[in-house]
Design a binder for this molecule. Sequence first.
Ligand SMILES: [Zn+2]
Length: 254
Amino acid sequence: MKKMTGYLSTMSFFLLLTGILCPDAAGKKIHRTVVLSFDDAPRSHYTFVAPLLRKNRFGATFYICEYPGFENKEQYMTWDQIGAIGRMGFEIGNHTRTHKHVNRMQAEEFHRELEYIETQCEAQGLPRPTTFAYPGYDYNRMAQDVLRERGYTSARAGEERTFDPQKDTNPMLLPSYTIKGDSLSTLEQVKAILENAAPGTIPIFCFHGIPDLAHDWVTTSPDIFREIVKYLRKKKYEVISVGELTRRMEAGTL
Ligand SMILES: [Zn+2]
């Protein structure tokens, strides 16, 4: 009898999960997850992106570096603005001080690059970052070891594929898609990634400035981004930060 009860409760739990997680013809609630991240600290993250995300109650991670030209405040955020985004509740991640690729550094220099951003966050009263994004998407073993040593729990790479919790078990190598552009094809690309994501997998998107006045090769137009946000809301996506994804990985709840 006890066995039967256990079986039934497992079954009801499974059915409950199915009902919550899987869209079906009967139009049950669709509840899928997507991760948003934004790199390189362009000014539009403060003036446009963070307010729009907050209005929609979306989570996100902003990966900060002082890209060459960071002193131009028409193009990049000030540290006070970065602090303000963190205080709005968004996660602030580390992207090295100078955007130097990790495979062009020794461990000692990488420590210094990380420490600089950690110190700036501390001066803003923000938590010490626990997530990192590899500049230029280059990664290596040294970087993963240093990150773990400094208490980081995740790192985002590139690879243009969807995160699969069954296969992507190393949180120091989270795959992501770079999203950029100013035409409807960008919106179509995002929709295709979301629609083609297998059940249980989670697309992680990497945006730069919206717009990005310093890096026109990765800019996204505000109009297209508004459409992406509208689409995520309409389709009832749960939008979370990299940190939240990592916590769920650790807890085994993905
Ligand atoms: Zn970058």
